[in-house]
Ligand binder design. Structure first.
Ligand SMILES: [Zn+2]
Length: 77
């Protein structure tokens, strides 16, 4: 499965920041609970090529797509 998002600010970047929540998502491991479509819908997508870049901008890892162990995941695909 590839990255689905190549529109509205996302040009193939792996990571997508949510400007509203200051959360960064890993589009290679997108989860249904990430609601990437809503982020893009509200024009809050902030693309990052590397996770380090996202952290430099003060973004936190999303618990779903970063597979934190205490989170119940719902695969988006
Ligand atoms: Zn996520």
């Amino acid at each position: 499965m590839g990255r689905r998002w190549t529109v509205r600010g996302l040009a193939g970047e792996r990571f997508c920041g949510d400007r509203d929540h200051k959360m960064v998502h890993d589009l290679d491991h997108e989860d249904a609970q990430c609601h990437i479509d809503e982020i893009i819908e509200h024009s809050e997508a902030m693309p990052f090529r590397t996770i380090e870049e996202a952290h430099l901008h003060g973004y936190h890892d999303c618990p779903y797509c970063f597979r934190l162990p205490w989170v119940d995941r719902t695969p988006a695909h």
